[in-house]
Design a protein around this ligand. Structure first.
Ligand code: ZN
Length: 145
């Protein structure tokens, strides 16, 4: 893996966010629309779709809150004895998995992107070597969800 891809900015993962469908509880996609703050919700299960204007504009935070966008919950989310693991989408999940597997936490992120880097903001327990097997197992489980 290229080291340049280890520390990526959160916003790279925010174009498509997987959320729980408010209608059927299935997997829905929340997509960023060009030029506006609204996001389009499309459920892959029941077909429910509508545009959502986020109350907090562009500021979707990481770690995300329970309310990722106007009451929607993340799809890729799992509770553990350490805390909660979450990813915005499959690519984000893969990124976290690669980071955890490679155990490159000592590598300094690009200056200026330190706080914005996805990996720098992962909870400490996710980064700890002793939890690696457990975290990777959890990521596998989320991936097949
Ligand atoms: Zn649905």
């Amino acid at each position: 893996m290229e080291t340049a891809h280890i520390h990526r900015h959160d916003s790279e993962f925010l174009r498509l966010i997987l959320v729980v469908c408010p209608t059927c509880g299935g997997k829905a996609q929340l997509t960023k629309l060009d030029g506006v703050t609204a996001r389009r919700l499309v459920c892959t299960v029941c077909g429910h779709n509508r545009d959502i204007e986020p109350r907090n504009g562009y500021s979707i935070t990481y770690p995300p809150t329970d309310n990722i966008c106007n009451g929607l919950s993340l799809w890729l989310e799992a509770e553990t004895r350490h805390g909660r693991l979450y990813a915005f989408n499959e690519e984000h999940l893969d990124h976290i998995a690669a980071y955890v597997a490679s155990n490159l936490r000592e590598m300094a992120p690009t200056r200026g992107l330190r706080n914005a880097s996805v990996t720098s903001r992962l909870p400490l327990w996710v980064k700890q070597a002793k939890n690696r097997t457990e975290v990777l197992k959890l990521i596998d489980k989320l991936r097949s969800k």
